[in-house]
Design a protein around this ligand. Structure first.
Ligand SMILES: [Zn+2]
Length: 85
């Protein structure tokens, strides 16, 4: 794995964790949906539109997606969408 790629992964992991924390603070978000970009790799696309309970996302963050093979862009930029119910 390239160093640049590792750094991108770490940066994404930190950013996504902050997303989860702000959703938790809101008190109304119960789950998150994974949303992939059109140019996401096939590994990430399998996760597209998966809904994960917030508690579970904290315990085992799905993003950045393990096994992402998008080295061209330095990692897929999959994001969370808050699910309010
Ligand atoms: Zn990917």
């Amino acid at each position: 794995m390239k160093k640049k790629y590792k750094v991108a992964k770490k940066t994404i992991a930190e950013g996504r964790k902050r997303n989860l924390e702000s959703y938790k603070r809101s008190g109304v978000v119960k789950a998150v949906e994974v949303l992939c970009a059109d140019n996401a790799c096939k590994v990430c696309k399998k996760w597209n539109h998966k809904i994960i309970p917030l508690k579970k996302a904290f315990k085992k963050p799905p993003l950045p997606i393990k096994g992402c093979c998008n080295e061209k862009y330095g990692y897929c930029r999959c994001t969370y969408v808050p699910v309010v119910k």
